[in-house]
Design a binder for this molecule. Sequence first.
Ligand code: 13P
Length: 253
Amino acid sequence: MTQSSTTPRPLIAGNWKMNGLSVALDEARAVAAALDERPAAARVAIFPPATLLHRLADVLAGSVVLVGGQDCHAKTSGAHTGDISAEMIGDANGTMVIVGHSERRTDHGETCQHVAAKVEAALVAGLEPIICVGESLEQRQAGEAVSFVIGQLHNSLPASLKGQAFSVAYEPIWAIGTGHVASVDNIIEMHAAIRAELISLFGEQGGGVPILYGGSVKPDNAAEILAAPEVGGALVGGASLKAKDFLAIIEAA
Ligand code: 13P
């Protein structure tokens, strides 16, 4: 793994999205048991649907596997049917939260301003956020991928992140759930641009913020992606649902 001066452990994060009934807890148990036996170089986190958050945190208590929410509201409480707050994630023993996932931005019309407000709420609640950015296929084909993603990043990161633990996830929309993984050259170019923006925003701290890649990461492509410069981990969707696949990706880090 090639990274800038202050290199933290890579982070392998499993985003279960809207998948997972009670039986899925067994997969998480299997991940924790395997890592207990063979400790991983990477930090590992699972982001279950909100219905499983508390139970998953109980199952993983005492293990190395961290637990987080897939989204949070910008407010602490109130009349927001169906939403959960960052404080609620913490109350369920989650320690992390994903914000700005493209599925939230698309399905729920979340703007960068919403995302930045959610990041603020996460920090107030003591959660470590993973902030997602990524371009559409049209934007990539128009040659606007880097400028779009850097603009998105700039507008999604509040100044209050200074001095706080957080990660950025680059997830090209066209690579999510499609089996079309971005080329290593594309990943290298984008991660370098993200690193430069992080350093310009946060100085030395920006040099050490993990930049995860997400989009069709699988056991058979994880090692190559994770070895690329400035790739500090992976945000894994489909392949995080089965312990065997997720563990193979963790081992590749
Ligand atoms: P897939 O790994 O299923 O492509 O999902 C990526 C993703 O969106 C993770 O947040």
